[in-house]
Design a binder for this molecule. Structure first.
Ligand code: GLN
Length: 558
């Protein structure tokens, strides 16, 4: 079934192989026809993750980056849509030399060639490939076919892992293996036999279940790996090693281990398990609902970034979903009472978003945090709306807004970039936002500058700001690089007026036209900061993001 934890399983396999001294890279294959994840609503398919090169992709790519602590590129991501698109484009360019281009073998061959390219580009010893969807569904048949062809060509270099769920009906019943048996049969009918089965279940697998799976699924008992529920996904690599998974994989691939070092990761797990004191963080958003269920997937990187910073500061985060509609007078009559509840939180985050639904609810939440000195962290939309709130209520610009919501506003403090206007007019929506990593200069003696300068943890070195020197050798600025996904910006025409009333733009583009970070000085507020970029996309468990650390520090103080 979907949501069984394939992404975390793949990331964890990557981690334990990396800890054995191999360079590992990870590829995600998504079965949908969308060319990338950028045009999907987050409630459809979870968060849209963005890579340095601007690829808008599946949230699992975020898991890989977080576990492997590597920056990935678009070469590591493909969808049915993108594969077909390149085959069709190539056919139009006569690159198949007049041949009849067929679904089989040309589509699987394109998949294989992409896998080879990603491996070459990243100089990886081992590539993990996650095939999205479930065994037996029509959508990913061609990807299974690609694996079959790959395995046929290099039988000793390809290893197939099935992640399967074992249901348990009640506390007194036993784990059921039949669905796994059927999954394997279905896989067999695609010409594939799993080498390893990862048995996801609420509890650990006993010997009897392992034997049953082994016998019925045609694999060795030792190759059935127990994957019980855990408190934190970061425990999974350590759990896999209890069943000696890295050793099994390396033996099957005929590779000799190059050492073993999961120490730093184990330390992290220790920190997670021993954190007692809590911080209460509220996330005000709108992409939560799916029928009667709450979907945290839309903000997965934000949640993980909160966790990384909290663990780093030895705290256990307690995250609450707050629906922006609750704070919107148009949607909820009790919005004032609801706003007061924000006081019960140690910090509030307004994450990225699009469109007008319950927008005044978000702006009200920002206003409440600013005036009640509750630590506030705005991510992209959350920064833009903080600027809108500040313009309206501190600078006295009545009706100030972002032109995304109100094109006729008298004060478009957030406005569309000229090149973006052309995209929207031409209805060019896919992959046309300001996407991926851009550099920004930090203003000295600001919260942002101090936060980045202070981030001094082991694997965080790469993120530490680089000093640039002018030709005379004088230190002129500090440079950071962060990932973007938006069409609107702080309007340059309003910068002076906003600054005059006390808003500090502590980060900006090299040409100083684009504002990247806005904050209030410490004397005015304990922590009121927003970023035009998405810092959460670059936070890693072993290298928490400096701004999230600073935010969590402020929540602890509160
Ligand atoms: N909707 C805003 C924009 O396009 C913010 C986007 C976001 O939060 N990622 O600029």
């Amino acid at each position: 079934m979907s949501g069984v934890g394939k992404g975390v399983a793949v990331s964890s396999i990557g981690k334990i192989l990396q800890a054995r001294g191999f360079e590992v890279t990870a590829i995600k294959i998504d079965p949908y026809v969308n060319v990338d994840a950028g045009t999907m609503n987050p409630t459809e398919h979870g968060e849209v993750f963005v890579l340095d090169d601007g690829t808008e992709c599946d949230q699992d790519m975020g898991n890989y980056e977080r576990f492997l602590n590597r920056d990935l590129t678009g070469a590591n991501y493909m969808t049915t849509g993108s594969v077909y698109l390149s085959v069709i484009n190539r056919e139009r360019n006569l690159e198949y030399g007049g041949k009849c281009v067929e679904v089989v073998p040309h589509i699987p061959l394109e998949v294989i060639s992409r896998i080879d390219k990603a491996a070459a580009k990243t100089k990886a010893d081992i590539v993990t490939i996650e095939i999205g969807g479930t065994v037996g569904e029509y959508q990913n048949v061609l990807f299974l076919e690609a694996v079959r062809m790959l395995k046929l060509k290099k039988p000793n270099d390809v290893l197939l892992v099935l992640v399967s769920y074992l249901p348990i009906q009640s506390k007194d019943s036993e784990l059921k293996t039949k669905p796994t048996q059927y999954a394997v049969r279905t896989l067999n009918s695609a010409g594939l036999q799993p080498d390893i089965i990862i048995a996801r279940a609420a509890v650990a697998l006993d010997k009897k279940r392992k034997e049953k799976i082994a016998l019925n699924c045609n694999i060795h008992e030792n190759d059935v790996i127990s994957a019980p529920d855990v408190q934190s996904i970061y425990e999974v690599p350590v759990n896999f090693e209890k069943d000696k998974l890295s050793k099994i994989v390396l033996e099957k691939l005929g590779l000799k281990t190059r050492g073993k070092d999961l120490q730093e990761w184990k330390k992290l797990v220790g920190k997670i398990q021993s954190a007692r004191e809590t911080v209460k963080v509220g996330i005000v958003g709108k992409y939560f609902g799916t029928g009667d269920f709450i979907l945290a997937d839309s903000y997965i990187s934000v949640i993980e970034a909160i966790k990384h910073a909290s663990y780093f500061l030895k705290r256990k985060p307690f995250i609450t979903w707050l629906d922006s509609a609750d704070f919107d007078p148009k949607e909820n009559r009790r919005y004032k009472t609801n706003l007061k509840k924000l006081e019960g939180f140690d910090g509030i985050i307004v994450p990225g978003g699009f469109g007008s639904r319950a927008i005044e609810g978000k702006i009200n939440a920002v206003n409440f945090c600013r005036t009640h000195k509750i630590p506030y962290f705005g991510l992209c939309y959350g920064m833009q709306l903080a600027v809108v709130e500040f313009a309206r209520n501190v600078c006295g610009m009545k009706g100030a807004h972002t032109s995304e919501i109100q094109p006729q506003t008298p004060h478009p403090v957030i406005d569309i970039m000229p090149e973006q206007k052309k995209n929207l007019e031409a209805k060019h929506y896919g992959a046309t936002m300001r996407l991926g990593a851009y550099p920004a200069i930090l203003k000295p003696k600001t919260i942002a500058h101090t936060a980045y300068a202070n981030s001094r943890h082991s694997e965080g070195k790469a993120r530490r700001i680089s000093r640039r020197h002018s030709e005379s050798g004088r230190r002129i600025s500090s440079l950071i690089s962060e990932r973007h996904r938006h069409r609107y910006e702080v309007n340059p025409l309003y910068i002076q007026r906003l600054e005059k009333k006390g808003l500090v733009f502590s980060g900006f583009s090299r040409d100083r036209r684009l504002m990247e970070i806005a904050e209030l000085p410490r004397r005015a507020h304990p922590f009121f900061l927003g970023t035009q970029f998405h810092p959460e996309l670059k936070s890693r468990p072993l290298a928490p993001h400096p701004l999230f650390i600073e935010f969590i520090r402020a929540t602890i103080k509160k």
